[in-house]
Write a protein that binds this ligand. Structure first.
Ligand SMILES: Cc1cc2nc3c(=O)[nH]c(=O)nc-3n(C[C@H](O)[C@H](O)[C@H](O)COP(=O)(O)OP(=O)(O)OC[C@H]3O[C@@H](n4cnc5c(N)ncnc54)[C@H](O)[C@@H]3O)c2cc1C
Length: 410
């Protein structure tokens, strides 16, 4: 039986593991975290995400985890609203949809769906990947060595597999000039309620603080700010110091959030990046998900692309019967990569002004952004914007749309 090693048990990695196992592969997943990763904000359940989950038989579970939301609101420091965009805006194609669940829940659902044919090795990563006859010899960080028929780098934007086989990160990563810090806040009796609203408070200097609904009793908090480089990802003290100095004097709930960040157990800080790798395969080693094509959180499509990529890669292997003959891998992968690149290239074309709109640089820019959010919902502009969103290749299909039921193996 062919044995695949998937490095990174995130959305792309665990989805591919599940689908390959169902096709008869033996699968090992090496995940650097000590347990399935939690954290992250909400994930949109329309479009490709919905289709792939439905085909995998996981949609019902995902739908049971939807977070009740009412919309997005751009607020002043005293919480007076500059602009709002309810979930109904543009037929459900607006900034916030009423079909979103937390990334934590989606990752858990996919992870738990794996059967006995998938072995997860936590606290584990790869140190060496050497081509040998009919496979790849892997040396793990734990010291063990094992040969695999296929190695998949699904280990995210800062992929180690990519660094080992494709070149240094600097060759592939483009910073969008922003960074974010995300964490879950546990509500106390004094915590102001969100009432279902995703609240966005912008401050001059390209700074934004956001709070959105999470699990009952929790709020998902985000800080966004201008940065190309950050303190080391394990240096929490330096990260908190950077946030404190960057958001000093911003007002609203900044001080409360800075204190809560230190108490949370899922705090994470990273830059907003895009990843472009000229070829996603080197011999029997391939890249999938953010390691290959990260479009950045600003695209809103990271999860949909990860799910679609995993489903289409598995389908390409299946239709080429790679499991029976690994020599068919290059052709199958080329078919997959050619088709997938049209989606990832398109997702990386962020709408004009997307970065500036997330974090305007001046007080005037903040007012103009709020005005623009109101203007696009005006009676005149609404149908035009709705048409543009509906014709987008990555539009979010309404739940009952026939297009939401398209076969992903197409
Ligand atoms: C905890 C978390 C929270 C996130 N929150 C958001 C969010 O709020 N908004 C948003 O837009 N995107 C978020 N993302 C990114 C989003 O999940 C991805 O853009 C998208 O789902 C693509 O999935 P992926 O599987 O390629 O990458 P990811 O989902 O990032 O998964 C990569 C996995 O690889 C693991 N890994 C990393 N390095 C190694 C290594 N060297 N060896 C082994 N394993 C490794 C990671 O721990 C992770 O489990 C988050 C990712 C994570 C891990």
């Amino acid at each position: 039986m062919a044995h695949a090693l998937i490095v990174g048990g995130g959305i792309a990695g665990d989805t591919l593991a599940l689908l390959l196992e169902r096709d008869g592969w033996e699968v090992t997943v090496a995940e650097i975290a000590p347990a399935p990763r939690t954290g992250g904000q909400t994930v949109d359940l329309r479009g490709d995400s919905r289709t792939v989950l439905e085909e995998a038989g996981l949609l019902e579970q995902a739908l049971r985890c939807l977070i009740p939301q009412r919309g997005a609101a751009w607020i002043k420091a005293d919480e007076r609203r500059r602009a709002t965009m309810p979930v109904e805006a543009f037929g459900g194609q607006g900034l916030v949809s009423d079909e979103e669940l937390l990334r934590t829940d989606l990752a858990r659902i996919i992870h738990e769906a794996a059967g006995a044919g998938v072995t997860h090795r936590f606290d584990e990563t790869v140190e060496e990947l050497d081509d040998v006859e009919d496979g790849v010899a892997v040396r793990f960080r734990s010291g063990t060595r094992q040969k695999f028929d296929l190695v998949v780098g699904a280990d995210g934007t800062h992929s180690r597999v990519r660094a080992l086989r494709f070149g240094p990160e600097a060759n592939f990563r483009t910073s969008l000039g922003l960074a974010h810090a995300l964490f879950t806040l546990t509500e106390t009796p004094g915590t102001p309620p969100l009432d279902g609203w995703f609240l966005i408070h912008n401050a001059p200097g390209r700074r934004a603080i956001t709070a959105r609904p999470g699990h009952p009793g929790e709020q998902e908090i985000g800080f966004t700010f201008a940065a190309d480089t950050l303190p080391h990802r394990h240096d929490r003290e330096a990260q908190f110091a950077l946030l404190a100095s960057t958001f000093a004097g911003v007002g609203w709930r900044a001080a409360e959030f800075l204190a809560a960040a230190k108490e949370s157990n899922d705090f994470a800080m990273d830059t907003y990046d895009q990843v472009r790798v000229p070829a996603w395969r080197d011999g029997r080693v391939v890249l999938l998900g953010d390691s290959a094509w990260c479009a950045s959180p600003l695209s809103g499509l990271g999860t949909a692309l990860a799910l679609r990529g995993a489903a289409d890669a598995a389908a390409a292997f299946r239709s080429a019967r790679v499991l029976d003959d690994l020599d068919r891998l290059p052709a199958a992968w080329d078919t997959f990569e050619t088709a997938m690149r049209t989606k990832t290239d398109s997702a990386q074309q962020l709408p004009p002004g997307r970065v500036a709109s997330m974090a305007p640089s001046s007080a005037l820019g903040i007012r103009v952004n709020a005005w623009a959010m109101r203007a696009i919902q005006s009676r005149v502009m609404r149908p035009i914007v709705a048409r543009a969103l509906a014709s987008s290749e990555h539009r979010r299909e309404p739940a009952d749309s026939p297009a939401a039921k398209v076969d992903s193996t197409r």
